[in-house]
Every structure is written in C-alpha cells, then in structure tokens.
Design a protein around this ligand. Structure first.
Ligand SMILES: Cc1cc2nc3c(=O)[nH]c(=O)nc-3n(C[C@H](O)[C@H](O)[C@H](O)COP(=O)(O)O)c2cc1C
Length: 264
C-alpha cells in the first residue's frame, strides 16, 4: 500500500473477527517497524509484550479492561502491550552512551557536526544525558514521547498489513500481574490487532479540528493556511478520505451488536 493511503486508511477499529487469528509474521512485521523508528540518542525506549487473547483466561481478559476498553478486548486476537523503558537514559549514562558512539563509528553522527567519542564522553553524557537521567519528570516525559514514536510506526505497519488496529488503555495492575514486566517499564497502551469485523474504514474518517487551528507559521496566531489543491491531491492519494459517518454506520453497528450479542 502507498504510504499516504496507509495514513488515510488507519482508523481505531473497535470490532474484530475473534475467529480469525493474526499471522505471526504480521506481528513480527509490526514489531520490526517499531524497532526502526527514530529515537533520541539511539536508545531503546519502547518495549512490547505480545498477548494472545486465546491464551488468556477470561479472568485476566476482564482484569485488563478499563472504562474505555471493553468489547474490543474480547474480540481482538492480539494485544501488543507497549511500555516506555525509563531505564534507557540512565543506562546510557552509566555505560557512557555506547549507542551514540556506534552512530559516530558508522558515520551517522559525523565529525563535521562536532561528533567524536570524546565529544560523547565529555559533552553529551555530562551535559545532555545526566541532567535528563536525574530529573524524574523529564525522564518520564521524554521516555513516553520516545516510545510513542515507535508505537506510531507499529500502528501504521498493522494497517499496511491489512489489519485492523487500535491503541487502547489497559489496567496497569493487571498488565503487571499478567506480563511480569520489569519495574522500569511503564505500561503505556495496548495495541489491539486483528481482522476488522466492522468495515475497514470504521464508517469514515473521524472528525478533526480545523487544520489552521493546530498549525502555524513563524509564530502562534499566524495559521499555516491550507492549500485546497493540496487537499485535492491528498484525496486522490486516499490520504484524505470520506468523513464519518457514512449513512449506513448506525445500521452497521446494529448488525454488529446482534452478531456479538451486545447492547445498543
Ligand atoms: C494513546 C491512545 C489511547 C487511546 N485509548 C483509547 C481507549 O482507551 N479506548 C478507545 O476506545 N479508544 C482509544 N483510543 C482511540 C481514540 O479514541 C481515537 O484514536 C480517536 O477517537 C480518533 O479516531 P481514529 O483513531 O479512528 O482516527 C486511543 C488512541 C490513542 C492514540
């Protein structure tokens, strides 16, 4: 699928075909995509544990639910639990940033920009990494933001593989009990993965605030004005798609409710 269409087709899917497993290869592809995301100081911030619904007891499945995560967890065959590893930067400080030095060695961080092993040791570790490692607030914020970049790759990779996917909240205590993850891993989100039981486009592209409300040029208050010709081009490339709701969406939900025995 073309990149723009992958972005355009992504929806949060909330009904999955519980009977259709996800190929292990596709799950690996999702994880591979996450691994290749850009990451500050080339550290490993994102961690994941893949849960298979059929291998969870009903009790565990129910324990993972939250006020915003219920039916979708019952139907999705796979839930990738994403974590932010807050030990990533402190480990870099302790080991004197080996992954940064690797970047120097492979020419990604070139001497033209001031990079060398000595620069990493004498400038980056004490002036950049140590202050972050010592400030718990900054550390948590930065680590979660970094992990989110990986998750974004994972979500788009799932769409590219023809799967439905959704990020969703999970009960953190249940995640800890079921996965036994290390204490330094903060659970962020579950990424549900499966074949959609609802139409792949979830009834249309979801509403967003006006473009000019979010994006500016040079200073706040000076909106980046949308060019209608670019919008048309993106419609042709299937990045901008028909807005929700499709006229048949309520009927679709009614049929889905019947199929899964859900209330309306
Ligand atoms: C980090 C994150 C957490 C989310 N958590 C939930 C959730 O707990 N339950 C839910 O139904 N949707 C959840 N969503 C989905 C959003 O509601 C959804 O992305 C938003 O409504 C826009 O719709 P779209 O993703 O189909 O474009 C979450 C999305 C993100 C990015």
């Amino acid at each position: 699928m073309e990149f723009k269409e992958v972005i355009g087709r992504r929806r949060s899917i909330r009904f999955y075909q519980p009977w259709r497993p996800v190929e292990r290869e596709k799950i690996q592809i999702i994880l591979e995509a996450a691994r290749l995301c850009s990451r500050a100081v080339n550290a490993d911030f994102a961690k994941a544990i893949v849960l298979y619904r059929d291998q969870l007891s009903q009790e565990d499945l129910d324990a993972l639910k939250t006020p915003t995560t219920n039916v979708q967890l019952d139907t999705a065959p796979v839930c990738i639990v994403w974590f932010a590893d807050v030990s990533a930067v402190p480990r870099m400080v302790q080991a004197r940033a080996p992954t940064l030095k690797q970047l120097v060695d492979v020419g990604a961080l070139p001497p033209t920009h001031g990079w060398s092993h000595a620069y990493v040791d004498n400038v980056i570790v004490p002036q950049v990494l140590s202050p972050i490692a010592q400030d718990q607030g900054t550390l948590a914020f930065l680590t979660a933001a970094e992990a989110s970049l990986a998750i974004c790759h994972a979500v788009l990779a799932a769409v590219d593989e023809g799967l439905g996917t959704q990020l969703t909240a999970l009960n953190a205590e249940a995640v800890k009990r079921i996965t036994n993850h290390p204490a330094e891993w903060i659970p962020l989100w579950g990424q549900l993965v499966g074949y959609p039981a609802e139409s792949w486009d979830g009834g249309g592209q979801r509403p967003r605030e006006p473009f000019e409300q979010d994006f500016f040029e040079m200073r706040y208050g000076n909106p980046f004005t949308r060019d209608p010709q670019v919008v048309e081009k993106l419609k042709e490339a299937k990045m901008i798609q028909d807005p929700a709701p499709h006229p048949w969406r309520n009927e679709e939900i009614r049929y889905l409710a019947q199929m899964f025995g859900l209330p309306l």
